[in-house]
Design a protein around this ligand. Structure first.
Ligand SMILES: [Zn+2]
Ligand SMILES: [Zn+2]
Length: 349
């Protein structure tokens, strides 16, 4: 199938139109016309080569929403016209313990990423959602519930599940005290999801500039991390802190904020971190942990949860030819919304 997208041809992250082919349908494949494609901060890191060398040309994008165009002969759960989504993975071994209990992101043999990975069957490099069409095996296709606005659902497939999964893993519910560091794409979803689960949510930020925004999202307020006396007064007052900061930073100022047995979960940064002081961890059996997206079953859960609670990411809709401008804004710092591309202006002809 002929298609078109936006690809990076080198590590300068400049996107240009790119014509390429999607594979012919295998029996268990679903062909999707992409309607909306979210732009994730990790797309920028990846195409920049920040996380290692990449197989260029590379079409990024792993927040994909669209409509089923065609299904393979063995597809059971989808039919032409269904509203569907694709997130950060398009395949895994389907046979190890992690895959069996629905955590394909931790597949023992490595999951296949939506872009820049090797297809498990033909070895072709996978290409992502900044394109008009995608072909994905049905086990990795999600259903977009009717209650969600298609134009604003795409970021749930990465920003949503990345924050939902640790909230579920650490059993956040009514009365849980949750802190969220950073109020960008991930952080604003963490606040909305934790509030909907009944938690008391506080945003941790370097200044009080985002106090109003935090309250609008449902947080109780903001804790200014540069305010030493406020930080001291807040010691031992959180059960869980979601750390969404996507660059190298120091967790030491935050760990004393955790109550005994509390956990700080890193979801934004993959590279090096600053040295940290162990004492607050030892003295309170506190933990620093990490978490990667979520499994397919849990990704369907977050989509259904968002539909049920009327949670939508804050999106700014742009055209695909504006992607380079969006990257320029994103590389300057965190923005409290997601850019989502409306793919209707992209044509294969
Ligand atoms: Zn992402
Ligand atoms: Zn596996």
């Amino acid at each position: 199938m002929k298609t078109v997208g936006y690809a990076a041809h080198s590590a300068d992250a400049h996107m240009v139109p790119y014509h390429f082919e999607r594979r012919a349908l295998r029996p268990n494949d679903v062909a999707i016309e992409i309607l909306y494609s979210g732009i994730c901060h990790s797309d920028l890191h990846t195409v920049n080569g920040d996380w290692g060398p990449q197989p260029y040309p590379l079409v990024p994008g792993h927040e994909i929403v669209g409509r089923v165009l065609e299904v393979g002969s063995a597809v059971k759960h989808y039919k032409v016209g269904d509203q569907v989504g694709v997130g950060c993975m398009v395949d895994s071994c389907q046979d190890c313990d992690q895959c069996h209990h629905g955590e394909e992101q931790y597949c023992r043999h490595g999951m296949t990423g939506t872009y820049g990975s090797k297809d498990r069957i033909d070895g072709e490099i996978t290409q992502g959602g900044y394109s008009k069409h995608i072909v994905v095996r049905e086990e990795f296709v999600l259903r977009i519930p009717d209650g969600l606005d298609m134009s604003r659902a795409a970021p749930i497939l990465c920003a949503g599940i990345t924050t939902f999964s640790p909230l579920r893993t650490w059993k956040v519910g009514p009365g849980s005290r949750v802190g969220v560091i950073g109020l960008g794409g991930l952080g604003h979803m963490a606040v909305k999801l934790a509030v909907a689960m009944g938690a008391e949510v506080t945003v941790l930020s370097r200044s009080d500039k985002k106090a109003e925004e935090a309250r609008t999202l449902g947080a109780n307020g903001i804790l200014v991390s540069s305010d030493k006396s406020a930080m001291k007064a807040a010691s031992a007052s959180f059960d869980l802190i979601i750390d969404t900061v996507p660059v190298k930073h120091d967790v030491s100022p935050y760990s004393p904020l955790l109550d005994v047995d509390g956990t700080l979960v890193i979801v934004g940064q993959l590279g090096a971190m600053d040295e940290f002081v162990a004492a607050p961890l030892v003295m309170g059996r506190r933990r620093v942990a990490g978490s990667l997206i979520g499994g397919i079953k849990e990704t369907q859960e977050v989509l259904d949860f968002c539909a049920e609670h009327d949670i939508h990411p804050i999106c700014e809709i742009i055209r695909p030819d504006q992607v380079n401008d969006a990257y320029a804004v994103m590389s300057k710092g965190d923005i409290a919304h997601r850019y989502v591309m409306d793919m209707s202006s992209l044509s294969v002809e």
